[in-house]
Design a protein around this ligand. Structure first.
Ligand code: COA
Length: 391
């Protein structure tokens, strides 16, 4: 039986972008039958950052309500997970630490392993709290998924940040031991330092993901984890929501269970509402799945949920969390709906202009157009330095 360490997610908040591109606009531009997007990959729209938004502005916007509710006093560590890093040396977390006014007596670091980074951050946070249960760790997962225009990956872009406060006696989800782990050196998705947009072997990434599901589950059971029947729902990494269904079907097959579509849907559908309209948010995606599940399902108290975090390249982890009784009083459902509902729709031409935008690399003073109505903005690139401001 899995041990309950009574450390986990105390609060969870997400933010996304100023703009949204409906898949209907993309389909109209490239002549794709809309069923491929709506049904084939399970996506309706994707968040598009304004010229003055990036992983820092989204991350700070996601974390701000957590600081407002719980204060700064017990946070001793900030872990910022991303694969759309803005600097090769400085952690994006240091900008967020500054924007949020966190105390200087804080350790801040950035973590990367494709879409798996947030899970590494969460597990490291649990370890830090285990060492000193008086401390809290702020985990921020923030990413902008970007593929080349006119490439197959274009339909699976998106952007969001999820902030989670990790501490002892959490109000939302207790993270359990053990974890099932899997690492394999594959080239299914990657982004060389000289490229803005990721490269992906679409079919290869599906195969690699499914292999990781199977292998991390195998390790989870070998480590003494729960049986499949015990789980009420499964939060999978969702590069597009259809992938979560494929993953769960594969897990059921691996365990020689009936792959009844209604059973798959019950386990996965409640986790897909936010990813379906935000698009791929890389590291944040598994935890947007959790946000969707907590905000939508009402039968969760005391129930175990499975997490399958996959990061191309590849690293995966399967672990369990138990939903804490009374969790509904601590949710941010209206704010989450507001974050999605407030986005302004773009037409294809406006989206394309934002997609092609990049800062000159001459070290000059390059102010950004004022577009975001969010709480933080990237005001300029000045002397090779990003300049942020509170709006
Ligand atoms: N109605 C319903 N379904 C349709 C359809 C239609 N008119 N046309 C196509 N489809 C289905 C296909 O059958 C397929 O379903 P399946 O996967 O269950 O077989 C699905 O839509 C996608 O079609 P496909 O031809 O495979 O699309 P594609 O070549 O454009 O590639 C992705 C799709 C998802 C592979 C591509 O967008 C991609 O690589 N995205 C990036 C994924 C990623 O981030 N991976 C790394 C992290 S895990």
């Amino acid at each position: 039986m899995a041990a309950d360490c009574a450390i986990g997610i105390h609060d969870l908040s997400f933010a996304t972008t100023e703009f949204v591109l409906p898949h209907t606009a993309l389909a109209e531009h490239n002549g794709t039958e809309i069923g491929k997007y709506h049904v084939g990959i399970g996506q309706r729209s994707m968040s598009v950052p304004g010229a003055d938004e990036d992983i820092v502005t989204m991350g700070a916007a996601a974390a701000e309500p957590i600081i407002a509710r719980h204060g700064r006093g017990r946070i001793r560590t900030v872990v910022f997970a991303t694969e759309s890093s803005i600097d090769q040396a400085k952690s994006a977390g240091v900008y967020v630490h500054s924007l949020l006014g966190l105390p200087s007596a804080t350790r801040v670091v950035e973590l990367k392993q494709a879409c798996y980074g947030a899970t590494a951050a969460l597990q490291f946070a649990v370890g830090l709290v285990l060492r000193d249960p008086a401390q809290q760790v702020l985990v921020v997962a923030s990413d902008i998924s970007k593929y080349d225009l006119e490439s197959p990956g274009e339909a699976t872009q998106g952007a969001a940040a999820v902030a989670m406060l990790v501490c002892s006696d959490p109000a939302l989800v207790r993270i359990e031991e053990p974890s099932g782990l899997f690492t394999s050196d594959v080239m299914d998705f990657w982004r060389p330092n000289y490229r803005d947009a990721a490269l992906v072997d679409g079919e290869g990434s599906i195969t690699a993901y499914l292999q990781a599901v199977e292998s991390s589950w195998k390790d989870y059971t070998e480590q003494g984890g729960r049986s499949l029947d015990e789980f009420t729902a499964f939060c999978y990494h969702q590069p597009y929501t259809k992938m979560a269904y494929k993953a769960h079907r594969h897990l059921l097959n691996t365990c020689a269970y009936d792959t009844d579509e209604a059973r798959i849907s019950r386990a996965v559908e409640p986790t897909t509402a936010y990813n379906m309209v935000i698009g791929n948010s890389y590291t944040a995606s598994t935890y947007l799945g959790l946000a969707s599940l907590l905000d939508r399902a009402d039968d969760l108290p005391g129930r175990p949920i499975g997490f399958l975090s996959y990061g191309s390249g590849s690293v995966a982890e399967f672990f369990a969390g138990t939903v804490v009784p009374g969790y509904r009083e601590h949710l941010r459902t209206p704010a989450h709906h507001e974050a999605i509902g407030r986005r302004r729709p773009l037409d294809y031409a406006a989206y394309r202009e934002l997609h092609e935008r990049s800062f000159p690399t001459d070290g000059g003073d390059h102010p950004t157009p004022s577009q975001t109505t969010g709480p933080y903005r990237l005001a300029a690139l000045r002397g090779h330095k990003r300049v942020y401001e509170r709006c």
